[in-house]
Design a protein. Structure first.
Length: 98
């Protein structure tokens, strides 16, 4: 059993686990270039999801770009490419799981 209270900065699970959850934060930034929070990637064995606690997050899912606002989330089924992109000039925080 693992307990992380509060979760801030901690990760529940490890790369060897089937499920991992982590909190992320991004301070936003200048208008150009886009703030890439993670590279374009594919999870082949697990799904991935982001839940936004504060601000707005853009996520490139396949060829579609979606905006996820505070209190909302996005789910990316395994085998699909995804890339989280920060919204310019906004602080953001949220939860990511895979």
């Amino acid at each position: 059993m693992m307990i992380a209270s509060p979760l801030a900065g901690n990760i529940l699970g490890s790369v060897d686990d089937a499920f991992v959850i982590a909190e992320w934060q991004d301070a936003g930034g200048p208008a150009e270039p886009p703030r890439l929070i993670a590279p374009l990637h594919v999870h082949h064995r697990d799904d991935e999801a982001w839940y936004v606690l504060e601000g707005t997050l853009r996520v490139l899912v396949g060829k579609d770009e979606v905006e996820v606002h505070a209190g909302s989330g996005v789910f990316v089924p395994r085998g699909n490419s995804a890339q989280p992109i920060g919204i310019l000039g906004q602080d953001q925080s949220g939860i990511c799981s895979s």
